[in-house]
Design a protein around this ligand. Sequence first.
Ligand code: C6P
Length: 407
Amino acid sequence: MSLDVNEIREDFDILKEPMNGKPLVYLDSAATALKPKVVLDRMAHYNTKASANVHRGVYQISNEATQMYEGARKTVADFLGAASEREIVFTKGATSALNLVAMSYGLHNLKPGDEILTTELEHHSSFLPWQNVAKVTGAVLKFVPLTEEGRVTVENVEAAVTPRTKVVALNHVSNVMGFITPIKEICEVAHRVGAVVVVDAAQSAPHMKIDVQALGCDFLAITGHKIYGPTGIGALYGRFDLLNAMAPVEFGGEMIDVVDLAGSTFKDAPFRFEAGTPPIAGAIGLAAAMDYLTGFGWDAVRQHELALRDYAISQLSQVEGLQIFNPKTDTGILSFNLDMVHPHDMATVYDANGICVRAGHHCAQLLMRFLKQPATLRATFSIYNTQADVDALVRATIEGKETFDVF
Ligand code: C6P
C-alpha cells in the first residue's frame, strides 16, 4: 500500500497556513515534525475531560488520567518492541533520556581507564553527556573512525573495541547524513567485551520500525516531537535488569518507596526516574502520534520518503555548484550546500519562498569539522511531503544561486 499524501495533508492544518504569502513547504521534520489533528485532539481530551494528576488521586478522573498515561507507556513499549512497559521511562525528549543514562549508569559504573566509544557522527545530545562522564570519572573517550563517506561500520567498531570498553554510544540514524548505523551487529561486538550500547534513535524512530530486542541494544532514546507528537516528551528504553539497578538522578514526588529522616528508598524502574508530575498530556499525545504513524505501515512510509529522496537528489544534482554531502543517504535526510554561498543566505531565499529547511551545524559540530563545512543546508522528506515540495525547493535553490552567484 502506498501513502495517500493528499489525505495525510488534511490531518495537518498548518499546511494550509501560508508563510511569507507562499504555500507552506515544510522540509524540516528532522528538527521537529508537524503534529496531526489526532494528536492535538487526544491531548485536548485529557486536558478538557480528565485533567487530573496521575498515580495520586483516588477519584474517577484521576484514575482515568493514570490509565491514559500508563496506556501511553504500553504504546511506547510496543512501538519499540520492548519486552515490558517497565522498560520505558518517560523523559522530556531524547536529550534528557541520553543524559539520564550518562548521569545514572555512566557516572556510577565507570572508573579511570574505562573506555567510552562514540563517533564524530553524533548529535551533541549523544556526545556531550559522555564527554562529561569521561571528565568526571576519568574514563577515556574514544572515537570510531568514520569511513570517507562518514559512516560507522561494524569493522571499525570491532577494531576500536577493547576489553576496557564499557559503553558504546552512537546514533541509529545521523541527523545530518541520514545514514543507518548497523546497530544490531555493533551490539554483538560490544557485548562480547561486556560493554553496554546506548542508541540515540531520535532520527530513526519516525522513519522505520525499531525493535529493541532484535537490535539487542541496552538503552535507546527517542523524542516525541520528531514522531509527529508534542514537544516536551520523549522516552528512554532500558533493559529492565540494568534500569532497575540504576540510581535515580532526580528526586521528588512519586518516585519514592519510603521516606525517612535516616534515609529513603525508591520505587522500581521506571517510576524511580519520573520524579514530580510527569508530562501527562505529552505522553498521551505521543501515544496518539505513534498509533497514527504505525497505522500507515512502515513499508509505505519508507517507500514514500525514499522516493522523494531519490527525486530530490536527481533534481538537485542538476543545479550547478550544488554539493550534496550524503548522496547515498539511507533516509529522507539530505544535506547540501551551494558553492561559495553561506547556508544562512540560502535559507533566507527559501524562507521568502515559504520553504522551511534547516541551515546550521545541526548540533553536530564534530561532523561539520569532518565535512570541512561551518554549516550545511538540510531538507528532510516526510509523510506529508510531495514531489511539488521538492520542485519548490529546487526552484528556490536556482533562485538563490542566481541571487548570490559570486562569479
Ligand atoms: N535534532 C535537528 O534539527 P531533543 O532536542 O531532545 O528532542 O532531540 C535531540 C536530538 C538527539 N539526537 C539526534 C540524532 C537529534 O537529531 C536530535 C535533535 C534536531 O537535527 C534539533 S538539533
